[in-house]
Design a binder for this molecule. Structure first.
Ligand code: HEM
Length: 503
């Protein structure tokens, strides 16, 4: 066989050489890239038997993901391939589960750990921090955190009121700022002045980093071209400054059950207190986990209300029946208390339906098989990612009657039989609002309700610049589900007179 002179080939026919090397790489991938997992236990179906879309060599199903529309692809595939299916991108296998019966194993067994892809840009909450912070999310603390959210909601309402109905507000951005303030106030007990000085760098780095972290799953094509997470010395310094501010106030009393106290008591795995920097990293991880899901849940609930008059009227009636609606000359309606929430079933149902059809954290739980294991009767090899995309879970016909219908009464009127289908044991609705491994499900529910109730009690809301259909064409998923270009809304005060900003 004649010798091949690669040097002169590269000079004379660079494209031919590149094509030949590419072909060899594909051949090697096909020959060697098929992993052997050893014998599959007899009671299990093999991994290859999991149905799913056929992919191309090397890139797998990459080309099926439109930019920012992965949530639609996951949902369509669930309808085509069923409760458990798989896809792959560049050899990374992802199993998608919308079978509620599989969730306890996936979310509760040691065989599945948190996927390295799911770790938010600000880093993950350590096991010790997760355990140490749980007591600060009990019912008493939920009440305290609800009233912080209420204060921020009133501030936001005052700002919207001041801007007037002629200046539409981008609620995605406005709520992210208001929720960041809520989380930071709860976490650090920080003053408004302190928040003013740190908000900007924190907001910028939280957003950039969460998009980067979510990219490989939510936008596989975009992730190919992104430059990776960027360090933000300004944000790092701001987190440390907040921690030092908190520490300057001295150690928390033993009886203090607040989130700030729980945070200040965190230790590492050996029981040693955390350095300022390590504590700052945990606070950043907590804030990253809380911020976008909460803010965008409120935004989508307002979107539903703004685009469906009957929902708005139903909520207004319920608020009015409970003395919570601004009208006529009344300057400030009574603010809801934590104990009012059970008296607002329709508002709660609208929020739930909105979270079902517009799940802010649409990527959903993402896990990783830490060893060869099993799920839903299939053998799952070590290294497989397993995902529960929430729109697919929430619109699967095996989980919900009339899944595509926005139907608040499915929650308020059991006789209609609109709730999760029998046999799903509540798991189909486990992520309304946020699932058992979200540290904050009570608090999250209460905070979202606080913002929606305060804004709906004071304003009639509508969408600015085009209708619902046009807006939904801009729907996109990066680190959360949102509208590209913003979610601008017009707020017309229900009462003719304004109201004071602070409680
Ligand atoms: C409506 C608002 C919220 C939604 C929709 C939401 C949603 C979620 C989801 C889907 C997960 C992943 C669950 C899993 O992997 O099993 C999660 C985890 C988590 N959430 Fe939430 N969440 C919300 C509010 C909050 C708030 C207010 C906080 C804290 C103040 C918070 C803290 C966390 C933490 C710490 C985790 C675990 C992250 C980790 O272990 O790294 N969330 N949330």
């Amino acid at each position: 066989m004649a010798d091949i002179d690669f040097a002169s080939l590269a000079q004379e026919q660079p494209y031919l050489l590149a094509a030949a090397l590419g072909a060899i790489a594909i051949l090697l991938f096909l020959l060697l890239g098929r992993k052997s997992y050893g014998p599959v236990p007899k009671h299990l179906k093999s991994f290859d038997k999991i149905p799913g879309p056929v992919g191309l060599p090397v890139v797998g199903n990459l080309l099926s993901f439109g930019s920012g529309k992965a949530y639609l692809t996951w949902t369509e595939w669930a309808k085509a391939y069923g409760k458990v299916y798989r896809y792959s991108v560049f050899g990374k296998n992802v199993v998608v589960v919308t079978d509620p019966a599989a969730l306890p194993t996936l979310l509760g067994s040691d065989s599945f750990s948190k996927s390295p892809l799911a770790v938010a840009g600000e880093g993950a909450l350590s096991k010790e921090a997760h355990a140490g912070l749980v007591p600060a999310f009990g019912p008493e603390e939920a009440k305290a955190q609800f009233s912080v959210a209420l204060r921020r909601a009133v501030d936001l309402a005052a700002k919207i009121d001041k801007d007037g109905p002629d200046r539409p507000t981008d609620m995605q951005a406005a709520l992210e700022e208001a929720v960041l303030d809520t989380v930071l106030t709860n976490t650090f007990d920080a003053s408004s002045e302190k928040l003013d000085s740190v908000r900007k760098p924190l907001q910028a780095s939280l957003r950039t980093n969460s998009i980067q972290a979510a990219g490989p799953i939510s936008n596989p094509m975009g992730a190919l071209f992104s430059g990776g997470a960027k360090a933000s010395p300004k944000a790092d310094a701001a987190w440390v400054e907040l921690v030092r501010g908190m520490r300057r106030r001295g150690p928390a009393a033993k009886s203090d059950t607040s989130l700030a106290a729980a945070l200040s008591r965190l230790t590492d795995a050996s029981g040693a207190p955390l350095s300022d920097e390590a504590l700052a990293a945990q606070a950043a991880a907590l804030t990253a986990a809380a911020l976008e899901p909460t803010a965008q849940s409120v935004a989508w609930a307002l979107f539903s209300v703004a685009t469906t008059p009957s929902l708005q009227d139903g909520i207004a009636k319920e608020l009015s029946d409970n003395g919570l609606l601004a009208h006529g000359e009344e300057r400030e309606p009574r603010l809801p208390e934590y104990d009012d929430l059970p008296k607002l079933p329709y508002l709660t149902a609208v929020i739930k339906e909105s979270q079902r059809l517009f799940p802010a954290a649409a990527i959903g739980p993402l896990r990783y098989a830490a060893k060869n294991t099993e799920l839903a009767g299939y053998f799952i090899p070590k290294g497989t990612h397993v995902q529960v995309p929430l729109l697919a879970l929430h619109t699967a016909p095996w989980n919900w009657p009339q899944p595509e219908r926005f139907w608040p009464e499915r929650w308020t009127t059991p006789e209609l039989r609109g709730g999760p289908k029998a046999g799903t044991e509540g798991l189909a609705s486990a992520f309304l609002p946020c699932g058992a491994s979200c540290i904050s499900s009570h608090v999250a529910e209460a905070q979202v309700a606080a913002f929606v109730a305060v804004l709906a009690s004071r304003f009639k809301v509508s969408l600015a610049g085009g209708g619902r259909k046009a807006a939904l064409e801009r729907q996109t998923l990066d680190s959360s589900l949102r509208l590209a270009g913003g979610m601008k809304m017009v707020f017309v005060p229900r009462a003719s007179i304004g109201f004071s900003s602070r409680l």
